[in-house]
Ligand binder design. Sequence first.
Ligand SMILES: [Zn+2]
Ligand SMILES: [Zn+2]
Length: 357
Amino acid sequence: MNVKDYYKILGVQENATAQQIKSAYRNLAKKYHPDANPDNKQAEETFKAVSEAYDVLGSPGKKAKYDQMRKYGFNSGGFNPGDFDFGSFHRAGRTRGPGGFTFEGFDVFGDIGQIFSQFFGGAGPFQETRRKPQTGADLHVEVQIPFEKALHGGNVDLKVRKNDICPDCEGGGAKPGSTVKSCPTCHGRGTAMGAQSLFGASRQPCPSCYGKGQIIENPCNRCSGKGIAPVRKTYSIRIPAGVGDGEQIRLKGEGQKDPAGLPPGNLYIKVKVKSHRFFKRHNRDIHCEVEISDSQASQGTQIKIKTVHGDQVKLKIPPGTADGTVLRIPRMGIDKDGGRGDQLVKVVISKTRKQAG
Ligand SMILES: [Zn+2]
Ligand SMILES: [Zn+2]
């Protein structure tokens, strides 16, 4: 797979003038035009190739970029414009490339960096960064909170170990008091020199200096010069009232600090609610059990029962209540999503128990 030689197709020299290119195209187009060659597949193909060649060489802007491509030897990388439907590039809207790569409509060579990332083998840095959101890694932690705190909300302190700006060198990466020099790989620019950057399309950070443009000769001990180190950070997390076991709280931008300078990811805190020996939760309702004696069940009684809202309430147990009956105390459940649940009391009749309360 080589770059199509548009000069060869038009039969002109590389230093041909615009006028020479134009007249070469006219002669060939006339000669191979389908009207002049009915049912001639070969002529039709040649006519298409000639048209494509002139589309590029006849336009000063496209020609300049095409010449640049040839000069820098991209044919060795397998660039083959013939693989593309050139017409589709001119259409507005999204176009799907052959490798499943999505790009906005653009001029044939207008966004050459994107074309190359497509051609140069699939998993290049451009595809990588375009497909994923451009942030550092997310961080997932768990916090365990008491049952009551989940009901009423409040703050909890959470210690998180994560990558952050190194506190010793304040992110500079140099041992305090030492000097730094310009990065020889990127000459201090901080961006990588690659094929793409010849066309100004590269925003890839230099791998030698992580995009800083500097090389640290005496790196910071703590972070080995990366400027980022594992640190412990304490967050005061606001727990919303009514939070359920397993729910997540997101702290935007508090994830891992990225060594390449991307914005940090998010911190996700999974809330684990400790169980309670008396109360159980089910959505907005509170469930509990109470034991009464046989005689209390048959004659009926009134007992005091704990609620999650602090006060005890009186619960009337009607005469003849069967074992396992569930009684409802309205609006003594959990406040959540603009409403409050109930407390559901399961009556357990104990043979041994004399009194309950
Ligand atoms: Zn450091
Ligand atoms: Zn560099």
